[in-house]
Design a protein around this ligand. Structure first.
Ligand code: PA5
Length: 412
């Protein structure tokens, strides 16, 4: 398989030997100090049992028009990214709807109305089992399933992915006997795409999860090479760190392929939640070009110089469209034009003082999705360690929950 490639366009970075030392220290810290949070780190080289995933996903595809996936944050952003990237834009047999990621009654009621005449299955995903957005949606859905399929049979259409031993959802599984899948205790939500959390929804959509795993395995090998000169994962973490230390506060992350939009949201959560603490961290913003050049392009080119861009360049498109016209576009493929837009924008933005990191992937495929997921997970953990923050906690997220509970319980 062709490899991915990383290129950096910006001020040259000196003291590379210091950087080698920094990353070696970070890698060591990751493996020793955070040993209880790195179940994902060597996951691609462990035996993966996909038999149960295959059986359940085949069953869901056979008996459902619509699959509902209830989860928030790391419990859905990865599968949402994979689904958008790897499925067709329009022709999919199984419709997949995400729920339980907001408190919107308008949205949930519309979903309930929409599915009333359809055959439906539900996957509920929550590691802690106590996230309010997801558990409230599950309450409504459970009533809906009981009404539709009856007190006994409704359970055949509900699947739960949660912690192996702990939490309210695991207790519910034990009491009510839903079919369940485990989230390993040493893998947190945003690092869980390559576990049942991401793989079951993707398999339900007919995506080849073994191929995803093969890509992740290749990334595992490449991202463990102990040299900043040949390890692009190290380079990505270090360049971000360098830029952060040189007055960049915002990372615009995206691609010229619209199917990367949700991948950008996954990246945003992974990096935002891992790094944004103790007053530190880059602010990650997902972008799709050239679309967003017509909204943000002006700001990027001429606004404050506190940002840089990370662009996923897709070398080859799946579909080829050749332009016929009597100007200089004649006989060019649309994908060629897309990559020319990338080259032109790269020149313009770097001239405008916006450094760029370009990560090139040969094509969009299951394999490269798995590769990129692992690549960014590892780069993220190392980036956070370079910043001297814990890559695996999110204490700040608890504050809104506490305030919300206070209002619910005490009215203030
Ligand atoms: O990355 C994380 O750990 C979080 O974003 C969680 O995934 C999110 O808060 C949902 O938590 P849970 O899976 O416990 O419902």
């Amino acid at each position: 398989m062709e490899k991915i490639k990383l290129e950096y366009y910006g001020n040259s970075i000196n003291d590379l030997d210091d950087y080698q030392e920094k990353i070696e220290k970070a890698e060591k810290k990751l493996r020793v100090e955070y040993k209880n949070n790195i179940g994902w780190l060597d996951l691609p080289v462990k035996f993966m049992d996909v038999d149960k995933i295959k059986v359940v996903s085949n069953k869901i595809r056979d008996n459902s028009d619509v699959l509902l996936i209830a989860g928030i944050g790391g419990s859905y952003l990865g599968s949402q990214a994979g689904l958008e990237l790897l499925r067709s834009y329009f022709n999919n047999n199984l419709e997949i709807i995400f729920i339980g990621n907001s408190f919107s009654s308008d949205y949930l009621k519309e979903v309930l109305d929409y599915i009333s005449n359809k055959e439906v299955s539900l996957i509920v995903i929550s590691k802690s089992g106590k996230t309010l957005e997801t558990s409230i949606a599950f309450k409504f859905l459970k009533d809906f399933f009981i009404n539709k399929y009856g007190e006994v049979s409704y359970k055949d259409r509900i699947y739960v992915i949660t912690d192996k031993n702990n939490g309210a959802l695991r207790e519910m599984v034990n009491k009510e006997n839903y079919e369940s899948f485990e989230i390993p205790s040493d893998i947190g939500g945003r690092y869980s795409v390559l576990t049942n959390v991401g793989l079951l929804p993707l398999a339900c959509a007919g995506i080849d999860v073994e191929e995803i795993f093969k890509g992740a395995k290749a990334a595992h090998e490449d991202c463990n090479i102990n040299s900043i000169y040949s390890n692009y994962c190290y380079q990505y973490a270090l360049i971000r760190h360098y830029l952060y230390n040189n007055n960049k506060q915002i990372e615009l992350f995206g691609s010229y392929e619209p199917s990367f939009r949700n991948f950008g949201y996954w990246h945003q959560q992974l990096f935002g939640e891992s790094e944004g603490k103790e007053g530190k961290g880059l602010f990650p913003i997902p972008i799709i070009y050239s679309t967003d050049l017509h909204s943000l392009g002006q700001y990027v080119q001429e606004g404050p110089k506190n940002l840089f861009e990370t662009i996923i360049k897709v070398e080859n498109s799946k579909q080829e469209l050749i332009i016929k016209s009597d100007d200089n576009l004649n006989n060019k493929s649309l994908h060629q034009i897309n990559n020319v837009a990338l080259e032109g924008t790269l020149k313009a933005h770097t001239l405008g003082g916006v450094p760029n990191i370009v990560i090139s992937v040969p094509e969009i495929s299951d394999y490269y999705f798995g590769y990129l997921v692992y690549f960014f997970e590892k780069a993220c953990a190392l980036s956070a360690i370079l910043l001297e923050v814990n890559p695996f906690d999110q204490p700040g997220v608890e504050t809104y929950k506490k305030e919300m509970l206070n209002i619910l319980e005490n009215g203030k």
